[in-house]
Design a protein around this ligand. Structure first.
Ligand code: URA
Length: 264
């Protein structure tokens, strides 16, 4: 296909419109339940339904999750974990045009773990999360809220989804052991979730981010004693398109800051 730049810009703008409208994934003509990654027949159904975007022949999702858990458990530091992510071959996004893994940036002893959705083009180019336009806005807001030196930033997936689409629940599920390990290693005092796909994946809920934002939730790992208060908020890429929503994110950041100070 020889898409011209103006065609691509039009497609990207249309995708952004649908995403803002809440349509954050497109798999096939008919709906497919991507939340069922086991038992194996369900995985096969997902693979069949997404054959045009997810390469077949790789490990199935259940095997990939087992492998991700094994690699994540072997990491004793966030630096080890970044290396484990880079070595992990089970995420379908690896074969869909991403040039490198993008794991995290920030203070490895941070009080706050920030989790976005997935890397975009700039992140893929530079190998760091939130370094494009949305990332710059995020940094400005974190700075204004006095949080910039208190965060470690990562994503629900570590490879760029094609066309900057939202990561699928299956892609998030295979990367989740690394996200959980980051949470366990950092043991943050609070977690900030950016955007609907991040909130849905971490909190395992179908509730919309507009409803979730601004409310404290709890994230507790099934194994181990790790838990922390979680604040879902709107994604900075959404704020670039809907600047009037900045005041809601600002309120969420102030609530987070107050919680760290012990005053909220
Ligand atoms: N959006 C995200 O969710 N994560 C990034 O790293 C960049 C943009």
């Amino acid at each position: 296909m020889n898409a011209q730049p103006h065609d691509l810009a039009a497609v990207e703008s249309l995708l952004a419109f649908w995403r803002d409208a809440g349509v954050d994934a497109c798999y096939a003509d008919a709906p497919v339940d991507h939340t069922h990654i086991a038992p194996p027949p369900a995985v096969k159904a997902v693979q069949r339904a997404t054959a045009s975007v997810i390469p077949t022949g790789g490990p199935n999702a259940a095997d990939a999750i087992v492998e991700a858990r094994r690699l994540a458990a072997g990491a004793a530091t966030l630096q080890d974990l970044a290396a484990a992510v880079a070595a992990f071959e089970g995420c379908p996004l690896r074969g869909l045009g991403a040039t490198q893994s993008v794991f995290g940036r920030g203070d490895p002893k941070a009080a706050v773990l920030v989790i976005g959705e997935g890397p975009g083009a700039e992140e893929d180019r530079l190998g760091q999360p939130f370094v494009g336009k949305a990332g710059k806005l995020l940094d400005r807001m974190l700075t204004a809220a006095g949080l910039i030196d208190k965060v470690f930033i990562t994503n629900t997936v570590f490879w760029r989804p094609p066309g900057n689409r939202t990561p699928t629940p299956q892609e998030q599920a295979v990367c989740a052991p690394f996200v959980e390990r980051a949470f366990a290693l950092l043991q943050p005092r609070a977690v900030l979730l950016l955007g609907a796909a991040s909130a849905k994946s971490v909190l395992q809920t179908d509730e919309g981010v507009m409803k979730l934002r601004g409310q404290w939730k709890e994230w507790r790992l099934a194994e181990g004693a790790v838990s922390a208060p979680v604040m879902p908020t709107l994604h900075p890429a959404f704020l670039l398109r809907q600047p009037q929503a900045k005041r809601q994110v600002w309120a969420d950041l102030l609530a987070l800051s107050a919680r760290l100070d012990g005053s909220g």
